[in-house]
Design a protein around this ligand. Sequence first.
Ligand code: AMP
Length: 512
Amino acid sequence: MSFSNLGLSEKVLAAVAATGYTTPTPIQEQAIPHVLARKDVLGIAQTGTGKTAAFVLPMLTILEKGRARARMPRTLILEPTRELAAQVKENFDRYGAGQKLNVALLIGGVSFGDQDAKLTRGVDVLIATPGRLLDHTERGGLLLTGVELLVIDEADRMLDMGFIPDIERVCKLVPFTRQTLFFTATMPPEIRRITETFLHNPQKVEVSKPATAAVTVTQVQVPAGREAHEKRELLRRLLREAKDLKNAIIFCNRKREVAVVHKSLQKHGFSVGALHGDMDQSARTAALEQFRKGELPLLVASDVAARGLDIPEVSHVFNFDVPHHADDYVHRIGRTGRAGRTGTAISIVTPLDQKSMVAIEKLIGQSIPRAEGDYEIQAESSDGTERPREARGRERSRGGRGKPQRGRDRERSHEPREARGEARHSSETRHASEARHASDARQPSEARHRSDDKRKAEPRHDARQPVPANNSHVPSIGRPEPRRHREADAEPGDHSHLPAFLLRPVRSPAGA
Ligand code: AMP
């Protein structure tokens, strides 16, 4: 099958050819003809399957006819996060380069004035996060009655973030006769209900079973103590000892934890960025760009900020925290092993995470091997430092200072919301819905939080030099090895790129 059989316009085919893509992905092959036939589509697909082009390419073809009117966009795409919205816009810029289309982005953290001006000029494609979109409609600056085609992308993530009431409101503001394209990775009952209410006789397109982990990802769980400092120390060790580690995303469950782990790794000399929803938009974009370019090989991230991001080559994913929702595990490890490459996903698992691990293993239908070996982190030494055992002999003369602060990570209080930037001008109801992302809602308070990194910890042998742009010899994340391990030679189940200590005999959970 080639793109030319799908019914796309000449301009769009030329743009696709210019990107170098020769064969449509399964979701593109199946969805594009339905979209062009103006049918509603229910697409069950995860990111990484090419689903963005599956709606962008036919939309570009459809939009070649007709013109935009002031304040009345012709098409509307809803995305759960600003990053995803920006990513979709990049797709329009790339594939629509030969067309004079006005594409506008309505996301939080950007001035209303500029967005208003764009809307006034007339918009062919409006890409929006729900909160900011409704803010504009409430202010009267935007009419959705001209929308011919509505895309709801990452619907299950919208559900997680509490956006469903907003989605329902938007669906009622667009004409009944519109065409709707609805994408979700999973079909929980609430999503099923929405599709039954708002889609008209949809064509169902399913490209891979929801919640299956890519076979090219080697997964392992590493037991850890429940104290956060023990987990941080273990993480550093895993990062240092991981072979073939080119770059990694380190997932935490809470924004506060993202900040703590980020700061901790920085203090220990790692070149690391952070991505969470309380950062302002420019900081988020900058962190992502630096990670994409390899200037910062490590990125500590929350689920909401990282969901669906298209970062083509991530060699490792670390779960600093085991996610509370099994679905999130699949999404997280889906950041690696993309497009047939191999990847490694390492989860730090405390005794409190056992229940979540059982749910994850049930969902992915396989057990995740448990590492055995000398990974245990001893209780803090008398000087309050948290050094790995093997380092202690070497560094006896470098005593630390400061006090252990056990238990501080367990203190929680409410913190600002993931979508605060976006919701700043919104009505209270919407504030509430945008704030409802469960795993990010409760955080340790700023006042109570004091990073243990104030203490003198491990010797900073990683912190000596800035990271070169190509990051080919970043000392802090282990020596890169020839790419053959990751790409061509490694088979699923090939563990050659795991640290040796993770490969010692596996102890069965029952015997643990
Ligand atoms: P998505 O699922 O939309 O996030 O896309 C995942 C990645 O696949 C992106 O980097 C796309 O640029 C890429 N991609 C999309 N369509 C194709 C195709 N037909 N052939 C190869 N790569 C593609």
